[in-house]
Design a protein around this ligand. Structure first.
Ligand code: HEM
Length: 125
């Protein structure tokens, strides 16, 4: 069975997804609350999300190699993340997947695990 990394087109596809994700976050009216939690310059976090998703989706473990861990709880601990923030994050991801024309197969494959991952970042109601 193919990994989401392969189904998205490997490195270039996953990079496109990370870029598109923060583009959607910047443009989406409903996401402004979470956009404001991020730095003005989104370039460094685009790279970090790309590196994290690469390993998480079955490709090279770039984030692990650079940061020595794949635990994202501590970088998120400084921000109040409740179910609203989680759901806005997930809505941006759904839209980004549509914008890069990810197949229904890979979108379906990612749905539940992506929810579980985002829910791990939740530290408030
Ligand atoms: C599947 C869920 C998520 C993934 C994969 C993810 C990924 C990441 C990564 C890789 C980083 C950089 C960590 C580092 O500094 O090494 C980060 C930072 C951050 N994330 Fe998330 N995240 C997720 C969910 C969320 C949610 C739900 C929020 C809610 C608002 C959020 C808000 C933030 C913020 C504010 C930062 C710091 C940004 C900055 O420094 O500019 N994340 N995230």
């Amino acid at each position: 069975m193919s990994t989401p990394y392969e189904l998205l087109g490997g490195e270039s596809g996953v990079r496109r997804l990370a870029d598109e994700f923060y583009k959607v976050m910047a443009e989406r009216k409903e996401a402004q609350k979470i956009r404001k939690m991020h730095s003005e310059n989104l370039s460094p976090i685009k790279e970090k999300l790309f590196m994290f998703l690469s390993g998480w989706m079955g490709g090279p473990d770039l984030y692990l190699m650079k940061h020595g861990t794949i635990c994202l709880s501590s970088p998120h601990a400084a921000y109040k993340i409740g179910s609203d923030e989680r759901d806005q994050w997930l809505a941006c991801m759904d839209q980004a997947l549509l914008n890069i024309e990810a197949s229904e197969e890979v979108r379906e494959m990612l749905k539940e695990p992506m929810f579980q991952l985002a829910d791990v970042m939740r530290n408030a109601d």
